[in-house]
Design a protein around this ligand. Structure first.
Ligand code: ADP
Length: 312
């Protein structure tokens, strides 16, 4: 009508039509919005439920900042039970001195992971204490403890993000040169460059799939980057192809250099990287020593090797 009445030019009229055509689909989207919003708010309610859950581990108001590990870690008479059952760790006393690489070995269910979880204070012992340079972990600022503990888990979680961001997630501000140095240390640089967008390749959920060995090396690159005072490594039990196996081993050797580490070990070749082997059995420290000493002794460790529970 405006155009016919000459109150609007033909050009404006066309612009108006184009505007409608552009906007229409956007308006249509509003329809879907309510459904999306409802799904989202239901999910959010669940997230808040988790966030509101009181933490099992509480920090004392007067908790102190923990300086970097100097002498070592001690467990004194540690007993631990999960809420659902009896003692999983029974009166454990042991020491890990700075610079030592300790292998935890034992049958499945012996308490190796539980013991490792006490170090970053994921749980508190029921009795006894875990001492970091003589300071009880219950008296320290959790953040100052966990910043010093690097964990390479058995199942590596990759975020739906670039490889660079995945390596840097413990230190998001790390410059690219350091991320690459960490990847080199973890024997990962070459396979990363071979990805479609190199360090910018998106991995994880809905991203490029990586092999087990490659994921492990990314986890090690993360650990290299944060340079932890104490490293906890849960060796993967799944076997890798020979080439990956070799690269993971070399990455591990690099990572363990001048480091204090606790390795939950399943392979003889990994056990051999350790300065000392601790053998756990049913929550107790059954034996400790070197591979040769323990083979000589003919106890639990030798049985594990002979039954190939610790395998080549
Ligand atoms: P390992 O690492 O040597 O295989 P774990 O530390 O995983 O042993 O387990 C020690 C014991 O604690 C096992 O009997 C296991 O079933 C039990 N356990 C482990 N995690 C939990 C948990 N979250 N809740 C209850 N029991 C658990």
């Amino acid at each position: 009508w405006l155009a016919v009445e000459n109150r609007m030019s033909a050009v404006d009229f066309l612009a108006f039509l184009t505007g409608i055509a552009v906007l229409y689909p956007q308006f249509k989207n509003f329809n879907g919005l309510t459904a999306t919003y409802q799904e989202g708010s239901a999910a959010l309610a669940r997230i808040f439920q988790v966030m509101d859950e009181p933490a099992e581990i509480q920090e004392k108001p007067q908790a102190r900042i923990l300086p970097r590990l100097e002498k070592g870690l001690k467990l004194e008479g540690v007993c631990f039970a999960y809420p659902s059952g009896g003692d999983v760790l029974k009166d454990l006393t042991l020491e890990i001195r700075r610079g030592e690489v300790v292998a935890l070995v034992g049958p499945s269910g012996a308490g190796k992971s539980t013991l490792a979880d006490l170090i970053p204070r994921f749980h508190d012992p029921r009795a006894g204490s875990v001492l970091w340079d003589g300071v009880d972990l219950r008296d320290v600022r959790i953040e100052s403890l966990r910043r010093q503990v690097g964990i390479v888990p058995q199942d590596v979680f990759l975020f739906h993000d670039t490889i660079a961001a995945n390596i840097a997630y413990g230190r998001p501000e790390a410059p690219r040169a350091q991320i690459e140095a960490a990847a080199r240390g973890a024997q990962a640089h070459e396979f990363i460059l071979a990805q479609p967008q190199g360090y910018e390749t998106v991995v994880g959920d809905r991203g490029v799939r990586l092999s087990g060995g490659q994921r492990q090396r990314l986890a090690m690159a993360r650990a290299f980057l944060i340079d932890p005072a104490l490293l906890i490594l849960d060796e993967a039990t799944s076997s890798l192809d020979a080439e990956s196996e070799d690269k993971v081993r070399r990455a591990l050797e690099g990572l363990l250099k001048n480091r204090t580490a606790v390795i939950i070990a399943h392979r003889l070749s990994t056990v051999r990287l350790a300065t000392r082997i601790l053998v756990l059995k049913e929550g107790r420290l059954a034996e400790q020593g070197s591979h040769a000493e323990l083979m000589e002794k003919g106890g639990t460790y030798r049985m594990l090797v002979e039954k190939q529970i610790v395998t080549a």
